[in-house]
Design a protein around this ligand. Structure first.
Ligand code: FAQ
Length: 336
């Protein structure tokens, strides 16, 4: 699996991290003091090797999630119910591709290459969000992905705008702005369906029933079982814990579900006056880990589609490289 121990080589041309310096307690102390004072770390600056690897792990997983996340929605572009919905969906899927590109670029500043990251994804070594391994059975699923999946993604990503690593934090500001449009278009599509026929309302309820628990699992394992949380918080990568973000998401979503007129599929969901939060039931963690480890309903299909798309796009990359080379040769000739 793609973990802290994943060996990341420095790309040629990038300043290698001095492993002796990486262990220098004085540098470590200065680094931590900078983070504690809410400072940003930039690519050219010294950072502990483990911080760099943690960021590569998280940012590349995030980038993979964006581009794999294009697939379930992409499947519905040809089946969107109107021209308006088709245009919105095309723009959304394109935005997700753009998010992947910002994130791969942010990860590249840490000394890995896009080719290495994609190889890790395509060979099944790298993780991406569990949520994209479930099928989209009908049009209401697309609305629910916007409302709940993008909604959960925003909840998780807003604190990342304050991440200690500058390029990741800056990429997140733009991503969050776009995700907020995605969330609203999904909610609006569902509101429209809820004003329609009984069949349409049933479709929305059915889609919510199937996606609710999977969305709650997007925030990762419970704090007690989260491997990377405490170090991630110390380094200012994570600002809010998995469970606290999940709770914030539930608290924000229940009133939206009420406005929509659907029921969330959790009999234990109940406002707790003393806590000032909704109490809720337990996620099926066994099912979550099965999916994370490659055995969810659509893992194999998603990966195969992604690998095929990459292979089919080889001629585009070749053409772009040939064009760049030609331009470079022309510039050299003119400069000579
Ligand atoms: N799925 O110790 P923790 C989106 C893994 S973007 C799969 O808690 P950490 C936009 C975790 O990687 C959605 N794996 O880990 C969109 C680790 O494995 P490792 C993606 C998961 O990093 C919308 C292990 O479990 N967002 O949806 C999941 O501190 C619509 C232990 O977990 C991001 O990636 C999971 N749900 O916290 C696109 C946001 N949860 O590496 C298209 C950035 C945990 O040891 C359409 N990432 N794991 O092998 C994060 O905030 C964090 O990485 C967490 C996990 C919160 C996901």
């Amino acid at each position: 699996m793609y973990t802290q121990s994943f060996s990341v080589q420095d790309a040629p041309g990038l300043k290698a991290v001095d492993s002796a310096a990486a262990e220098d307690p004085k540098l470590m102390e200065q680094f931590q003091a900078r983070i504690d004072a809410d400072g940003r770390i930039e690519p050219q600056e010294w950072m502990p090797e483990a911080y760099r690897k943690t960021l590569i792990r998280q940012i590349s997983q995030h980038a993979h999630s964006e581009i794999v996340g294009m697939l379930p929605e992409g499947n519905w572009i040809l089946r969107a119910p109107s021209l308006k919905r088709k245009c919105i969906l095309i723009a959304k899927v394109q935005d997700e591709g753009g998010h992947g590109l910002y994130l791969y670029s942010a990860a590249e500043t840490l000394g890995t290459s896009r080719a290495e990251m994609l190889e890790a994804l395509h060979s099944g070594k790298a993780k991406y969000s569990s949520i994209f391994n479930y099928p989209t059975l009908n049009w209401a699923d697309i609305g629910v992905i916007g409302w709940l999946v993008d909604g959960a993604a925003i909840m998780n990503q807003i604190p990342l705008c304050r991440c200690s690593y500058g390029p990741y934090a800056r990429a997140m500001v733009r991503v969050c702005k776009e995700e907020s449009f995605h969330q609203r278009q999904g909610y609006e599509a569902l509101l429209t369906m809820m004003k329609g026929s009984k069949e349409q309302r049933d479709m929305v309820q059915d889609a919510v029933n199937r996606w609710w628990w999977k969305c709650l699992a997007m925030f990762g394992p419970s704090d007690a079982d989260s491997l990377h949380s405490s170090q991630g918080m110390k380094w200012g990568i994570k600002r809010i814990s998995n469970d606290d973000l999940r709770q914030k998401f539930i608290d924000a979503t229940v009133p939206q579900a009420n406005v929509l007129g659907i029921t969330l599929p959790d009999p234990k969901l109940k406002w707790n006056e003393a806590r000032g939060h909704y109490d809720h039931g337990e996620i099926d963690w066994k099912e979550f880990w099965e999916t994370v480890n490659g055995n969810g309903p659509c893992n194999k299909e998603r990966l195969a589609t992604r690998v095929k798309a990459h292979k089919d796009g080889q001629w585009v990359r070749d053409a772009a490289m040939a064009y760049a080379k030609k331009q470079e040769q022309r510039r050299m000739k003119e400069a000579a």
